[in-house]
Design a protein around this ligand. Structure first.
Ligand code: GCO
Ligand code: MG
Length: 408
């Protein structure tokens, strides 16, 4: 069996999804997602110029060897652009493998460990009352877990995860008005003074059962993060995410000395080498890598197994920039992983998105039910894809009030 060609598409409804389609001499094809939010053309170019030509003629069933070929073959290892490109190829090869076996990928991993995988949504509010409304909306939809972010009184601009438009959970990350980033202003002191009380009010309003998550988005210094984690301990968070910049792994030792709040980290990691020490030292409770920019199902399965040895659970990244293909790849792992925790999931199911990526996966009562279709269980309509083009966009950047650049 041989790979005969591959195509890369960039575009989608309100997003720049990077979709890879690998064709074979047996008519079976595989699909993968290489979307790296706000840098989308780069994995696409890497695929087109370097990887697709090398794949032609290879046996697509040898997904492990092909992964090693891509990773070791680059010599300059890791990095989100390369790993997103490898990730798309790896997903597509598992898709082909599943179709050949006539099985969903979770069966090839070891079968189902649960009926449905718990997901969390993003609740957001310009202020705390707005946020309370947004949480109630998700509870009515049957969600058991929500990430909560709200505006901070006196903060010069919206803080992370808060949209300027009420109820808009889609577009606070990317501004498509151009490539030059908008500037947001951040004030750690105001955040530290306000947020623990706001989280306590949310707990008081919604009771003990709601799983509450909160994302600091890398903005605190190690000591501040330890103080914050200690302050929010009585809230009983499901997790506190990215309290410090993820590269500063020692920061978590200090935090652990002061708080037992569960910590989730890893959305910016792109290999097992970025998180093996954190997992082995048991400094985190949830690992947040994404199947896309951590290089695909093959390496992420290794991360999941390592995490399992240390009682670290999964909580894969699922920001709205992920296409239904990588969300499906994660759903396949989530169905199997003995140490599954939760999945971030922002309903992608607009009619336009469903037309571009038809699938039988379904969300019901806050649980993701993976489809039993062979492979990833998501198709891609090339004709629909003709409607979309790449649109330049950017994350905001963050500065302190005196102009100092800070972490977005
Ligand atoms: C999350 C993340 C995202 C990132 C985004 C960057 O927890 O979902 O923090 O919102 O900001 O993926 O592109
Ligand atoms: Mg995050």
């Amino acid at each position: 069996m041989k790979i005969t060609g591959a195509k890369v598409f960039v575009g989608g409804p309100g997003k720049n999804y990077v979709t890879l389609k690998i064709m074979t001499d047996q008519g079976v094809y595989g699909l993968g997602d290489a979307t790296l939010n706000n840098r989308e053309t780069l994995p696409a170019k890497y695929l087109e110029d370097y990887l697709v030509p090398a794949l032609i003629g290879m046996d697509p069933r040898n997904s492990e060897d092909i992964w090693q070929y891509l990773y070791r073959g680059a010599y300059f290892r890791r990095g989100p652009i390369a790993m997103a490109a490898f990730g798309a190829i790896d997903m597509a090869l598992w898709d082909i493998k599943g179709k050949l076996a006539n099985m969903p990928i979770y069966q090839l991993l070891g079968g189902k460990s649960r009926e449905g995988a718990m997901v969390y949504a993003h609740a957001t509010g310009a202020d705390l009352e707005d946020l309370m409304e947004s949480i109630s909306y998700y509870l009515e939809q049957g969600y058991k877990a929500v990430r909560v972010q709200c505006g901070i009184p006196g903060m010069p601009s919206a803080s992370y995860g808060v949209s300027e438009t009420k109820g808009d959970v889609e577009n606070y990350i990317t501004d498509f008005s151009g490539i030059r980033p908008k500037v947001e202003i951040w004030d750690t002191d105001r955040y530290m003074r306000y947020m623990p009380g706001a989280l306590a009010e949310i707990r008081a309003r919604f009771g003990p059962d709601l799983k509450i998550l909160h994302d600091v988005h890398h903005r605190l210094l190690p000591r501040e993060a330890a103080e914050f984690a200690k302050a929010v301990e009585p809230v009983g968070l499901y997790w506190l995410e990215d309290p410090t910049p993820a590269e500063d792994q020692d920061a978590l030792t200090l935090l652990r000395q002061h708080s037992t709040v569960p910590i989730a980290i890893g959305e910016v990691f792109n290999s097992i080498w970025d998180c093996n020490k954190l997992i082995e030292k048991e400094l985190i409770d949830f690992i947040r890598v994404a199947v896309t920019y951590a290089g695909g199902i093959t390496p992420v399965k290794r991360i999941v197994d390592l995490a399992g040895l240390h009682n670290v659970r999964t909580g894969f990244h699922g920001a709205p920039s992920h296409s239904p293909l990588s969300m499906a790849a994660q759903a396949q792992i989530n169905a199997w992983a003995p140490n599954f925790g939760i999945q971030e999931y922002l309903v992608l199911g607009t009619p336009e998105c469903d037309a571009l990526f038809p699938s039988e996966h379904r969300l019901e009562n806050g649980l993701f039910h993976v489809s039993d279709a062979p492979g990833l269980g998501v198709d891609f309509d090339e004709q629909e894809a003709e409607r979309y083009r790449y649109k330049p966009g950017s994350h905001p950047i963050v500065r302190l009030e005196d102009g100092t650049l800070w972490n977005y």
